[in-house]
Design a protein around this ligand. Structure first.
Ligand SMILES: Cc1ncc(COP(=O)(O)O)c(C=O)c1O
Length: 384
């Protein structure tokens, strides 16, 4: 058997050939440090500046509002800790949602150990955070609200603009973790009205280990990594030039054709996969919002069967049962639990996520293989 069909793009995406081509010259040559004033240094600085412009163009912000980080987790840490540490005189209260990635939830828990009060807002049955729930959680001493743009397990998209309006009305700053959304759906910081926004390169066909935090002009942050004055004094460390170039290229690709491709090609393929599974698997349940959902994400449950067993019986497909970070056990996903999905349904969850490189043929083959695997696992359960 060849390589399995890759349907785990929310865990990570393959680096797009276009991005590889942009990075390659910076692996073979261009050795300069962007802080150096000789020609190779200036060349490296120009490459970083160009990439910053490409990220800014995709987000609709100023280049100086983009802080490069070592990935989505670091961007989330910088948003929460950076704001909390710089604004502690204003209050000691943070609001997060129950379905945030651990990069936000664990950072909030860390801040709780430092004496911050954390309110965790729940979600509805589709995984959406309701703006009214955020409004109810806000206090006079709320410093920051952090609600993800879309969820990594279900793809459910949150009403961030309404949440931001509610939070700003009470004087709180707003962060959104858009790690899963950037490059898949339009993300414009002014439309969302957010003050901080997380980007993770490896979710949009750039390498792992590079990300960015949008920090609106005027928002003060305490750095998490102290040192020299890189990134406008917000994140010390010599810039990872090749990976920054890669993130810039991935953002340029998203802006030029990727967003269109997700809307017009990937979404129909995702829906075709759903159709193939729903037609052949009685009782299949969709987890997540039917419409307000990332175009590449299909999270479905086969009730009464462990999702893990289905994937074990389906070596033709590389997918996931929940978020990659929680895998390897039969504990119900925290996200599905927060949505109120009953345990016997949540245990049967499969997260099937497509990318720009997924083909129509792969979807047909993967659909058939998954249907076969479900039948096999159900038959084995009946025998026992
Ligand atoms: C929603 C979300 N936030 C943050 C992260 C963390 O990003 P990274 O893996 O680049 O640290 C991920 C990746 O799994 C994610 O899905």
């Amino acid at each position: 058997m060849g390589d399995p069909i890759y349907l785990d793009n929310n865990a990570t995406t393959p680096i797009h050939p276009w991005v590889v081509a942009a990075i390659e010259p910076y692996l073979h040559g261009h050795p300069g440090n962007p802080s150096s004033s000789h020609a190779p240094g200036l060349e490296a600085a120009a490459a970083v500046a160009a990439a910053r412009g490409e990220v800014a163009d995709l987000l609709g912000c100023h280049p100086d509002e983009v802080v490069f980080t070592g990935g989505g987790s670091e961007a989330d840490n910088l948003a929460l800790k950076g704001v909390a540490w710089a604004h502690r005189h204003r209050g000691r209260h943070l609001v997060v949602s129950a379905v945030e990635h651990p990069a936000v939830l664990e950072t909030a828990r860390f801040l709780a150990r430092e004496g911050w009060d954390i309110t965790v807002v729940g979600v509805d049955r589709t995984g959406r955070v309701q703006p009214e729930a955020v409004t109810a959680a806000l206090r006079d001493d709320t410093v920051l609200v952090s609600v993800m743009h879309s969820n990594n397990e279900t793809g459910t998209i949150n009403p961030i603009a309404e949440i931001a309006t509610a939070a700003h009305a009470r004087g709180a700053l707003v962060h959104t973790d858009a790690a899963q959304s950037t490059g898949k759906v339009p993300i414009r910081v002014d439309d969302l009205g957010v003050d901080l926004l997380t980007v993770a390169g490896h979710k949009l066909h750039a390498p792992k280990g590079i990300g960015a935090l949008f920090v609106r002009r005027g928002v003060i942050l305490e750095p998490v990594i102290h040192g020299a004055g890189h990134e406008g004094g917000r994140r010390a460390g010599t810039e990872n030039v090749p990976w920054i170039v890669g993130l810039g290229a991935a953002c340029a690709l998203a802006a030029s054709e990727g967003l269109d491709a997700y809307a017009t090609r990937v979404r129909p393929l995702r829906d075709r996969l759903h159709e193939l599974l729903a037609a052949a698997i009685p009782g299949l349940v969709l987890n997540g919002h039917p419409e307000h959902r990332l175009p590449n994400t299909l999270n479905v449950s086969v009730p009464g069967v462990l999702g893990r067993r289905i994937l074990e019986a389906c070596p033709e497909v590389a997918a996931s049962t929940g978020s990659a970070c929680h895998e390897g056990d039969d504990v119900v996903s925290g996200v599905l639990g927060a949505m109120g999905v009953p345990p016997e349904v949540a245990h049967g969850a499969l997260r099937l996520t497509l990318g720009l490189l997924t083909t129509a043929e792969e979807i047909e083959v993967a659909g058939a293989a998954l249907v076969r695997a479900v039948a096999q696992v159900r038959a084995a359960a009946r025998v026992r």
